[in-house]
Structures are given as C-alpha cells and as structure tokens.
Design a protein around this ligand. Sequence first.
Ligand SMILES: Cc1ncc(COP(=O)(O)O)c(C=O)c1O
Length: 367
Amino acid sequence: MDFDIDRLIREEVKDLPIYNPGKSPEEVARELGVFGCVKMASNENPLGPSPRAMEAVREELPSAHIYPDGNSIELREALSRKLGVAAENIVVSHGADEAFDLMAFAFLGPGDEIVVGDPTFTSYELAALTMGAAVVKVPLRDYRQDIPAMLAAAGERTKYVVLCTPINPTGTTVSRHELEEMLESLPPNVLLVLDEAYVEYVTDPDHPDALAYLAGQPRLVVARTFSKVYGLAGLRVGYVITSLPVRDALEKVKLPFNVNRLGQVAALAALDDEEHVARSRELNERGKERLYRVLEETGFAYIPTQANFILVNNGAYPDLFERLIANCVIVRAGEAIGVPGHVRITIGDDAQNDMLERALRAITGGG
Ligand SMILES: Cc1ncc(COP(=O)(O)O)c(C=O)c1O
C-alpha cells in the first residue's frame, strides 16, 4: 500500500508555506558562483555579540550537560530590574518568534481570527494558520499600520491584533496617540500584541513606552528580543511582558526548557553591557545617515526608518536585488516579504556600508 501523507497531515498544515529566510553568502556562492558577499538581509547586529556575552557562554559551556532553568529566573529578574516591571510578568522565550507561537497555541483554533498589518513580519500569520485560525490582513497606508482600519477589522471572532513597532519591513512606528486609540477602542476581550523586536533602535520621541500601559491593561502583550540590538540572533532568546492571566496561558503551552543555558547566560551578560548597546545604536544611526545620503545621491527613494533596516524603492532598476548580488551584496528581495518593487537593506558596519555604496554607485553609474 502506498504511503499517503495527505491522509495523515492536518488540513491546516497542508497548504502552509515554508518560511524562507534571507540568502546566506554560502548559498549565493553555491547557487550563483558569486563569492565573498556581505549579507545585509536579516537585520542582525553587525557589531556581533557583546564581548561579555561571549565570555559568559565560554564559562557556561562545561555545564552544557545540565538542563537549563526552565523558568529563566535569573534572566527574568535582571529584566525586571532593567525594565521596572515585576519578574512574574515576564516569560522568556526561544526568540520573539516563540512568543508568537505561544500566543497561537494558547489562544487560537478554527473559527478564530487575528488582525495584522499587510505586509508585516510573517511569524504571526504562520502561527495562526497552523492552529487553523484565520488571518485578517489590513493593508499598510503610506507604509504605516492603519490603526482605524485595523480597529474596524477586529470583530466577534478576533482573539488578538498584532502591531509591530517599528514594523518589519518598512521601519515605521505606531505613535503614542495610535497606541492609546487602539487600547481604548478595541473590544475588551481582544488582546493587543505589540512586537517590539527593534524598539531599542527607535529615536522618535513620540514612540510610546508600551510598558507604561501594562498596569491597567491585562490584555496587552509586549514581545521583545535579544536578536537585534543585543546581537544574539544565533542563540535564540526573546521575552514577553504581559499580565498574569496571559502569562499563565503562555506558560501552559511553552516547552519545559525552551531557552538553553548558553542563551540564558549570554542574554544576562548582554543586558548588562550597556556600552555595547550604546555602540550598536550609535553605529546604526551613523550608518543610517550615510545610507540615506548614498541612496539620495544614487537616486533611490526610501522610507525613513526607526529600525536597523531601510526599505528602498527599486526605482529604475526592477532587478535591483539581483544586481546587488552580482555586486556581492545580499539584501532581502521585496517580493519575498510583501513589498514587491523594493529591497530591504540591513544597515551595516562601515565595511558593509562601503560595499553597498560601491554596489549602488556601480549599478547607477556613479550617482
Ligand atoms: C518584527 C520582528 N519580530 C520578531 C523577529 C524575530 O525575532 P527573534 O530572532 O527573536 O525570533 C524578527 C526577526 O527578524 C522581526 O523582524
């Protein structure tokens, strides 16, 4: 008898797309024969991990045979001191990504809906679809999340609305006023999930301090990560700050040892290394101003960003993604992330930005 996967696999899972991350330099070398590329595609920290985090990992390695603390207590306490929220309101996760899975496991099933921007980071959608829930996508307006339209889209079946701020892939933010409007106008039984993966890069003084709203808002769920400004994307540590009832629900569905020992100690050390965070932010600001100038000089329109990446309009070069690769610079193709006609470029260090500048000038004939 033939093996028939379709009789086994859940209906919801059959048609799920497989997440397709940005290309690595190794892939580009293998597939296209272009060697020595820089990767400016996945919004990683070009400074790397904090030296203190690396030291902490080295010290922890001999204990790798012992299970980690399933409650990440030390890290939660350090986050509590840093953020001024109680440790009991924090759940440490396997990257912010796990937080979106936990939300879906805990709250979604067939017949439920979530509301998200379109385009936005795909993990919310994939997690919801896996659970058989529907995803209501509200188009961005001028590259920003359309708060009134998202509010209007939240109905009887809606379990939660996700706002990403700054939003991947455009780098725009939700203002204080917009967050307040959302919190005041959402039906009481709808959760509001804020994805703040890039919040440490924000310089706009009108960006809300989401944590200041937690006290009166049991339905607010804030997800953050050590993958971006803290430079630990490879160790997979994120966290959620939320009310006790939501925390309890998330704890029920999380794996017992969701964050490994190396990730926990690295995150603890990175949290303390304020100098590394400050240098990372400063490098990003300097790189941003430089890339804005280069893009202007080479004739590319871009969306001003509050994150560590810039969304750039392909303009006269529909194949900009391929042309950049031919010039040894890997960026993220807009088609893959819901913004055809654009590329998303991670702001690099000086050497990476040099490569990008050279590539853009070569493509456009100088600028
Ligand atoms: C908006 C957004 N949220 C979450 C993540 C995932 O973060 P993590 O590495 O913590 O899973 C990313 C990664 O690029 C992102 O862009």
